[in-house]
Design a protein around this ligand. Structure first.
Ligand SMILES: *[C@@H]1O[C@H](CO)[C@@H](O)[C@H](O)[C@H]1NC(C)=O
Length: 384
């Protein structure tokens, strides 16, 4: 009898302590993911990404995104805040930083100081636009590398400061479209945004001529990369936490409407880039495939149980969740209807662990990764 009483008391005590422990999650949502796709057909496991060459190894740090200008220079932003050029002669050159220099730049805790350039694009004048996760919407004048803050993160849009800018794309007419992954969590806390399964993401547009910016879409689930279709009649938005891609109409009778372009992707999509064929390359930060490395299907398992996710954030430090990110790099090619037509894998992370961008240029695929200390370069002639 006494033993039962003691047991009950201990259990009550543990329950009270767990209930009182702090959690960064406020109101996690339930979501039931569909059965992940099978690793067959166009998703058959191969080792094509293992042919990726590591350029500028140890001089690079987590390159996120790539763009090219008309002269054959490539640009990228590094995880320590550096904006770099790969000249047409193949030299890696420093341009500037989006934040302040500090000896500890590169650590997650320093990102708000050092800056974290996410998407980078070249405008028609040959200058750069950057969506910096912490600093806001930036323009970098070349060749001097002067950084202009177009919309500071503190200001944001519609009275809501930017917490985490991510994707960016410039239309033929010069309009700058960009995404905010979350109005709540910063980049360094993005794990919590995914665990909360909230829809606090936005798609916005900035017009450099009128200097007016506005919100186009609210309620997105961790919007990340964006891409126009060839005619620029719509824009595709990866919604990372739901493993889907949403289409937002810029023109036609459906202007202003959104619809699902493709869903139940084989991973958490980071970037989407249109390729030379008018299809799209999608890079994944983590992979989910049925019957392959099922240990990594964390969100598939936890999606239906919001309170379990809250509990995990109470008892596990953020870094512990890393064990659930798949050591499997994946790029898929989608056709114009959203069907997967081919895929490139590094299923053991032998050469590259994950993909933040897969940018086709001169028949090479330039590959960025949060985990890489190099710029990936894949000769497409060798793998297609
Ligand atoms: C980069 O650093 C690692 C570890 O120090 C070393 O093994 C590797 O050879 C270096 N790579 C290059 C290209 O210098």
């Amino acid at each position: 009898m006494l033993r039962i009483l003691i047991c009950t008391a201990v259990m009550l005590f543990v329950a009270v302590v767990l209930a009182l422990l702090p959690t960064p999650l406020d109101d996690p949502q339930m979501y039931i993911y569909s059965q992940p796709p099978k690793a067959e057909g166009t998703l058959q496991i191969n080792h094509k990404l293992q042919r990726t060459r590591r350029l500028f190894e140890n001089e690079s740090f987590a390159p996120e995104s790539f763009a090219a200008d008309k002269k054959g220079n490539l640009y990228t932003g590094m995880g320590d805040g550096r904006i770099m050029r790969i000249s047409s002669e193949g030299q890696l050159q420093f341009i500037t930083r989006t934040g302040r220099h500090h000896s500890k730049c590169g650590r997650e805790s320093m990102e708000p100081v050092c800056g974290r350039p996410n998407s980078i694009r070249v405008d028609s004048d040959g200058n750069l636009f950057v969506a910096d996760a912490y600093k806001g919407l930036l323009k970098i004048l070349l060749p001097e590398g002067i950084v202009h803050v177009i919309i500071p993160a503190e200001k944001g849009i519609d009275g809501i400061p930017f917490k985490y800018l991510n994707g960016l794309e410039i239309s033929q007419s010069g309009l700058v479209y960009f995404t905010e992954s979350s109005t709540k969590f910063e980049r360094r806390d993005q794990l919590y945004d995914i665990l909360e399964l909230n829809n606090f993401g936005r798609l916005m547009v900035y017009d450099p001529k009128s200097r007016i910016s506005r919100v186009l879409v609210k309620g997105l689930f961790f919007p990340n990369g964006i891409a126009f279709n060839m005619e620029e009649s719509y824009i595709l938005i990866t919604e990372l936490s739901l493993c889907r891609i949403t289409k937002y109409y810029l023109q036609t009778s459906k202007q202003g409407q959104t619809e699902v372009f493709t869903e139940n992707l084989p991973g958490f999509p980071d970037s989407i880039r249109r390729n030379a064929r008018g299809n799209y390359y999608v890079g994944f930060s983590s992979v989910r495939l049925d019957g392959f490395n099922t240990f990594y299907l964390l969100m598939d398992y936890l999606g239906p149980f919001p309170s379990l996710r809250t509990l995990l954030t109470k008892i596990l430090p953020k870094s512990w969740f890393d064990v659930f990110s798949s050591n499997h790099a994946l790029v898929v090619e989608l056709d114009r209807k959203g069907a997967i037509v081919s895929s490139f894998h590094d299923p053991t992370a032998k050469v590259i662990e994950s993909v933040s961008d897969a940018f086709e240029y001169n028949n090479f695929l330039y590959i960025g990764s949060m985990e890489a200390n190099f710029i990936g370069s894949l000769d497409l002639a060798k793998v297609l």
